[in-house]
Design a protein around this ligand. Structure first.
Ligand code: FES
Length: 115
């Protein structure tokens, strides 16, 4: 069964997101930090910390191929699906991000009743 997504509005307008020079910023939803990246006019959401050894992704950079690179050991991840494109076998949790007429939304899986 597909997981249900709950959408959270993080700002009223895209230009309220404080992107760093590396085109990433951090938002908080229910106390959970999420990285948002902007690349080629698309928005991507993914975990605050790297799955390898908890590098803070917002301190990394987006490489020429449009993958996010962790600042600690330079593992690279596809921002769309979290695939570890540098081949170490990790997976970066991703979140859908949508720019809508009334704000920017991040989708998170709803916690199910049965786990
Ligand atoms: S902590 Fe991110 S690559 Fe090691």
């Amino acid at each position: 069964m597909a997981k249900e997504i709950k959408w959270y509005k993080v700002v009223e307008h895209l230009n309220m997101l404080q992107f760093e020079p590396n085109s990433m910023c951090v938002v908080e939803i229910d106390g959970k930090k999420i990285t948002i990246a902007r690349h080629n006019n698309a928005l991507f959401g993914f975990a605050y910390k790297c799955p390898h050894a908890s590098g803070v992704m917002v301190e990394g950079y987006i490489n020429a191929l449009g993958n996010v690179v962790c600042p600690l050991h330079r593992y690279a991840f596809n921002m769309q699906n979290g695939r570890n494109v540098s081949g170490e076998g990790y997976y970066l949790k991703t979140y859908p991000v949508e720019e809508r007429a009334d704000g920017v939304y991040v989708g998170m899986e709803k916690a199910g009743f049965f786990g």
